[in-house]
Write a protein that binds this ligand. Structure first.
Ligand code: AMP
Ligand code: MG
Length: 275
């Protein structure tokens, strides 16, 4: 069973029609047990992906402030070998980055074959925060949806498997999370006045997200909307989508691993025979 919402081709996404509270009929206990199983499978898949070195995997996480991008990365990839995973957080661009096209800094961080690259924010910020705050003209950001589709399609044609997750929380849930951070001294470092300021732009962000989700939902790089009010369910949904997406590649990776093993054993035999 899939726990994320795939967007239909050509669908004009209206986020109010997607329920952020959805928990797939699972209890929290069932969800946590499920995550444990899925994360273990993800660890096995990651090792085969790495050893076979045929494909790369790009996981893009987007969502409003407090939607749980960091938490999802921590929990979903916890059992995986850290050497096979590269996490990149995209912040406000530096002067050097701004001196190039918006995809320049992104392309430098795309995963090499065998690796899982996780993006905490991404090139989508260039049609989200940049659009909401009018950091470039409408003409410039308008053109970016198509540029993004071309870029992602190029990556996919070069054997990058792309997963894009929008972590969907409600406005009320965000308020609860921001207030909770204020109550917890140990978590207050996460607070920023900016989060409350950005919250005032909620509706404009939703509008920008709806366009990004609708206009950049391609076959090569489909979006999945993850109900994220329940943190545990968010993790299950992402892990399930990754396992479902990677599992079909396993046969190919295992065949490659068998080839590599045969070659290595043959080399070893030649060496031994020469002694
Ligand atoms: P955080 O994810 O809380 O560490 O914050 C990173 C900040 O960088 C967010 O406020 C983003 O909106 C901002 N950011 C990321 N990419 C861009 C971009 N391309 N242009 C402007 N701001 C960005
Ligand atoms: Mg933040």
């Amino acid at each position: 069973m899939a726990y994320t919402f795939k967007i239909q081709p050509a669908e004009k996404v209206r986020l109010k029609h997607y329920d952020p509270e959805h928990t797939g009929g699972l209890t929290r206990e069932q969800g946590e047990a499920k995550l444990a199983v899925l994360s273990k499978e993800l660890d096995v898949l990651q090792e085969e992906l790495y050893a076979a070195g045929l494909d790369s995997v790009l996981v893009i996480l987007q969502g409003m402030d407090t939607s749980g991008k960091d938490g999802a990365i921590r929990h979903v990839f916890e059992p995986c070998n850290p050497q096979g995973i590269n996490v990149t957080s995209f912040k406000v661009p530096t002067a050097e980055e701004l001196g190039h096209d918006f995809l320049w800094r992104i392309h430098q961080q795309t995963p090499e074959r065998g690796m899982i690259g996780v993006f905490n924010r991404s090139h989508y910020e260039d049609v989200l925060v940049v659009r909401v705050h009018e950091l470039v003209s409408k003409k410039v950001w308008r053109a970016r949806y198509e540029q993004i589709n071309h870029f992602e399609s190029m990556l996919a044609q070069n054997r990058t498997l792309i997963f894009k997750f929008y972590l969907h929380i409600s406005r009320e849930e965000q308020e609860q999370r921001l207030l909770a951070r204020e109550q917890d001294v140990a978590k207050a470092w996460k607070l920023s006045v900016g989060d409350w300021k950005e919250r005032a732009y909620w509706d404009r962000y939703i509008e920008a997200y709806e366009d990004a989700l609708s206009l950049c939902n391609t076959e090569a790089a489909p979006w999945q909307i993850v109900p994220a009010n329940a943190k545990w369910f968010r993790n299950v949904a992402i892990a399930q989508a990754l396992v479902d997406g990677l599992r079909p590649r396993r046969k190919k990776w295992q065949a490659r691993l068998a080839e590599i093993s045969t070659a290595r054993l043959a080399e070893l035999k030649v060496y031994r025979d020469s002694l």
